[in-house]
Write a protein that binds this ligand. Structure first.
Ligand code: ZN
Ligand code: ZN
Length: 104
């Protein structure tokens, strides 16, 4: 089980670079992460799998809040902040070539 060791904002690219404890590292678009918000109001009740819901308009990252030692919460510039992103979940949706290749 790997946890996140670093979240680095790359504001010019509207991306964040995530680094996990096993050394894996990848860049995530803000809109991508926002679209995968796992909260019930984004995903609907009874959703078994978290699906990508494209944001209505491009978002920026306002702030980052740690949640326990298992996850992180993001405050987006559209005012949304209720999603709790588990570290493993972020790894599951990792958009890098290596991870995408493993999932398909
Ligand atoms: Zn949400
Ligand atoms: Zn990856």
């Amino acid at each position: 089980m790997s946890s996140l060791t670093e979240i680095r904002r790359l504001p010019a690219k509207r991306r964040m670079r995530l680094t996990w404890s096993d050394g894996h590292c990848a860049e995530f678009d803000y809109d991508y992460v926002r679209g995968y918000c796992p909260c019930a109001s984004c995903q609907g009740h009874g959703a078994f799998e978290i699906e990508f819901q494209p944001p209505a308009s491009p978002v920026d990252l306002a702030s980052i809040m740690p949640v326990g030692n298992y996850g992180v919460s993001f405050v987006w510039t559209d005012g949304h902040a209720t999603g709790i992103y588990r570290f493993e979940f972020l790894r599951e949706i990792c958009p890098c070539e290596e991870c995408v290749g493993k999932r398909t």
